[in-house]
Design a protein around this ligand. Structure first.
Ligand code: ADP
Ligand code: MG
Length: 265
């Protein structure tokens, strides 16, 4: 679905932000780009929808080189949610969500219906909020609207850069849970950027751990925790990785089906 092949980015000032990074995200999978600040996560993500031009290598969407696609169409087919939310302040919640459907030429009724449906999906009341402006909403509500807007025209792909970043831990955990539920229904192909190992373990089908522009390990959360490839991975996931791994295991999966019994005699 999304394939990065030896992707390299050198900024005009000579900064080598991304170095020969290769990985593939299968259809319906959520891939987390993880790593310390400045390791190249945002740059890697923004090359997928060509917000940043690639220096060398290739990025393929369903096998098609993204530099050969019409850039506007490419972006309309890829939902984009960022930490700073980026809602248009002069537009109501409804119109914010309708932006891409409008660009795609959907009729007004269908756009409105979609906006209402998406607000409900992210746990907001359309009746209450659809005609409000972003500055009348709380941070958590704005972030939800940001996610709803990214889903606007039902794009097969979502790019999310720290989408749950700017909110308090409790609301964040709730939004993550809700988003995972939504993802079970909508099955988008997602690249999500975070520097938070807990978020990565919780959200990712796969995690791409980066360091200084390079991809260090691309693996399932469990393998990252239990089979770290080197010391950097080990340090990054933390000394309590065994404990973190417990998040991934359901009691019923490890419970013996026939527990030992002892008779009273
Ligand atoms: P992350 O999202 O992992 O924090 P970024 O992709 O934003 O990292 O940045 C990767 C590296 O590229 C950093 O060293 C950063 O300073 C540098 N960088 C980012 N944007 C630019 C730019 N426009 N020009 C030059 N260097 C940049
Ligand atoms: Mg970033």
């Amino acid at each position: 679905m999304i394939k990065l092949d030896k992707v390299t980015k050198v900024y005009p000032d000579g900064t080598e932000a991304v170095k020969e990074v290769s990985f593939e995200v299968a259809k319906g999978e959520l891939c987390v780009l993880l790593g310390p600040s400045g390791c190249g996560k945002t740059t890697s993500m923004k090359m997928v929808n060509r917000l940043i031009p690639i220096t060398s290598g290739g990025i393929y969407i369903n096998g098609v080189d993204n530099t050969e696609m019409d850039v506007n169409e490419l972006r309309r087919d890829i939902g984009y949610a960022i930490q700073e939310i980026g809602l248009f302040p002069h537009m109501t919640v409804g119109r914010n969500i309708e932006t891409v459907p409008e660009l795609k030429g959907w009729p007004k009724d269908r756009r409105r219906e979609k906006a209402e449906e998406l607000l409900e999906l992210v746990g907001l009341s359309p009746a209450e909020l659809i005609d409000k402006y972003p500055n009348e909403l709380s941070g958590g509500q704005c972030q939800r609207v940001g996610v709803a807007r990214a889903l606007g025209a039902d794009p097969p792909i979502l790019l999310m850069d720290e989408p749950f970043g700017a909110i308090d831990p409790i609301t964040r955990a709730r939004l993550q849970d809700e988003f995972l539920k939504i993802q079970q229904q909508i099955e988008k192909t997602i690249i999500l950027v975070t520097h938070d190992i807990y978020e990565a373990i919780k959200m990712g089908d796969k995690i791409a751990l980066m360091k200084e522009g390079q991809l260090v390990q691309y693996d399932t959360p469990a393998n990252l925790l239990y089979r770290p490839k080197n010391e950097f991975v080990e340090d990054f996931v933390g000394a309590d990785r065994a404990l973190k791994g417990l998040q991934l295991i359901r009691a019923k999966e490890v419970m013996g089906s026939s527990p030992p019994t002892v008779k009273s005699d």
